[in-house]
Design a binder for this molecule. Sequence first.
Ligand code: GLU
Length: 380
Amino acid sequence: MSSSLANCRRVVVKIGSSLLVDGASGRLRVAWLGALAADIARCQERGQETVLVSSGAIALGRRALGLASGALRLEEKQAAAASGQIRLAHAYQDALGKFGIGAAQVLLTGDDTESRRRYLNAKSTLTTLLGLKAVPVINENDTVATEEIRYGDNDRLAARVAQMVSADCLVLLTDIDGLYDSDPSANSDAKLIPEVREITPAIESMAGTTRSVDMGTGGMVTKIAAAKIAMAAGCRMVLTDGRVEGPLARVEAGGRCTWFLPSANPRTARKNWIASGLKPSGTLVLDDGAVRALARGKSLLPAGISAIKGDFQRGDAVILQDGAGTEVGRGLSAYSAADARRILGHKSGEIEGLLGYRGRDEMVHRDDLVVTQALLPTGV
Ligand code: GLU
């Protein structure tokens, strides 16, 4: 299992506040961050794409603003985050910059990962950054996230990000080396569970007993919630102690950790979600050429669409039908029904002239598309 981190293509690493910020002084742990940057540089060098989800804004900002210790009100947390996030972003820029890696700050709220239109926007920004070899450094947009829309903990946010970018591995770096069958601080016989293949009620109850002293908001419960999201998206997750310098290298070397292993891979999980997890809100009718292109694994272009039924927004699921009314697939539309009606039958190069903005070339990108079994050549 130890080598599997090295084999992952796209890795999301979540960094808890207690790792980055010294609890007593409220200062950034610069040496630790430098070692993490070296860890990430090694991943980048061997062609792995890395996304960071980092907490620490509130912990850094509260000291900078002179807020008293103890629980903060929501507005105080937001003020602390506003101040701390600048410091956090600079710290990553400096640390990664030493290895010639560009950092890019992305602040998300729950809505950006739940509502499909915003989800597609966030997803394409992240994949563009990865294509440019930059490391996205993500945090919750705490300054605008009110109680109802906020995640509050970055464990679940990191899992949503992993799902969004179809990562094959999510690493949660925290202050405990894994999931235990009972609270290790209270029970010296507590055993670390090295591998979890399903989140059973027994696993959930273990989460309730394992304490994490993380300064952030999550405990073991949010880590298990993150594991559920990641595993459903076909993404493996590893929970480990990030306090050592170079924690990723430590996992690779077989250091203590808990692996959460899904049964499907991200691609299959996403295809299942598109094929059966969403309620379609419209239909695109395809000409014969487009149906043939789909069967060959191509994207659906506006030129291949002959009619549109229903009303949908960008990012909504749609049914793809052939001229005879048979369903040939499902996918996420890159355009709203109104815009799709204006560009149907046209070449992608004409989109900007017709809509006044340059959208995607594809109406449904091949990554957002599942074709029905009957359309596929046999044996696929
Ligand atoms: N977004 C918060 C911060 O940056 C942390 C949330 C958490 O504790 O996970 O301070």
